[in-house]
Design a protein around this ligand. Structure first.
Ligand SMILES: [Zn+2]
Length: 280
């Protein structure tokens, strides 16, 4: 994708250095803060954030990785593209799109859906309406899952944004209702349909980018490779026992690629009703 001149979203919440900062002001100071936080019922992290950050030590112990900074910029571009695309589509539906926040983290993170570790992969938390991504996942996507390229990264971000779109359009409620009726499981269950629809919605992002003429040869293939790589039949997500909402079954590689392509080809929301589709 020719993305250098593209707008970068301001809705990135970079929490990558928080663990390092905490270590640096640990010891007695950290304990005092924690006790004060307990006494006053405040969130210790908020207090820790307000403390002056050390000039060296933890700050420099986590060296800036130029490659990761580049990926961060690209992720911010994709997020901005989804904001524009969904803003337009929601307006056409007579609705207002509320932009989600995207949290970058290392190792583990406290989300509105519980503590999550990097090993669980990128996810969306409907409770706080935020996307959570450890940028090291994209290195894994490139090496372990052999899905390199910027459009592979774009697909992952756009898929998680797709879940946010589903939340706003009430699709998550449909899945919860199906779950109450005990019909969420299996290859044709509501959870799989939700995931495949998020792939379709990622395709709608790709369609909007394509229509602006900045897509390059091979981009679509990169996204399809990523969609295939993270299908249930290729990837068994490592369960760490944490509460993570995006740990449902996702459909097969072929299904994921097909729904993404359908969204990219049509850009038409009416084509993306995976819940009514007789064949997935
Ligand atoms: Zn998902």
């Amino acid at each position: 994708m020719r993305w250098r001149d593209e707008r970068q979203s301001e809705n990135i919440e970079d929490r990558r250095d928080m663990s390092g900062g905490k270590i640096a002001i640990g010891g007695l100071g950290g304990v005092v803060v924690l006790i004060l936080a307990l006494i006053f019922g405040a969130d210790p992290r908020q207090i820790l954030e307000q403390l002056p950050q050390p000039e060296d030590g933890a700050q420099t112990s986590r060296a800036v990785n130029p490659e990761e900074e580049e990926v961060k910029k690209f992720v911010a571009v994709v997020l901005a593209q989804t904001e524009d695309a969904w803003g337009d589509i929601f307006r056409q539906m007579g609705r207002q799109y509320h932009k989600p926040k995207l949290v970058l983290f290392n190792d583990r993170v406290q989300s509105g859906c519980g503590i999550a570790a990097s090993a669980t992969g990128p996810f969306y938390c409907p409770q706080d309406e935020k996307l959570y991504i450890d940028l090291s996942f994209f290195r894994e996507l490139r090496t372990r899952f052999r899905a390199p390229g910027d459009f592979a990264i774009g697909y992952v971000v756009a898929h998680e944004v797709g879940h946010h779109v589903q939340k706003q359009l009430g699709m998550m409620d449909r899945v919860n209702a199906a779950r109450r009726r005990g019909r969420e499981d299996g290859a044709n269950g509501a959870s799989v349909r939700l995931e495949l629809q998020a792939d379709f919605l990622a395709g709608v992002w790709a369609h909007s980018v394509q229509s602006r003429g900045i897509v390059e040869n091979g981009d679509a293939e990169e996204a399809l490779a990523a969609a295939s790589a993270v299908g249930d039949d290729r990837l068994q997500r490592e369960s760490q026992g944490y509460a993570v909402p995006d740990s449902f079954t996702h459909g097969t590689s072929a299904q994921r690629a097909r729904w993404f392509l359908k969204g990219m080809d049509t850009g038409d929301m009416r084509q993306g009703d995976t819940f009514s589709a007789s064949e997935l």
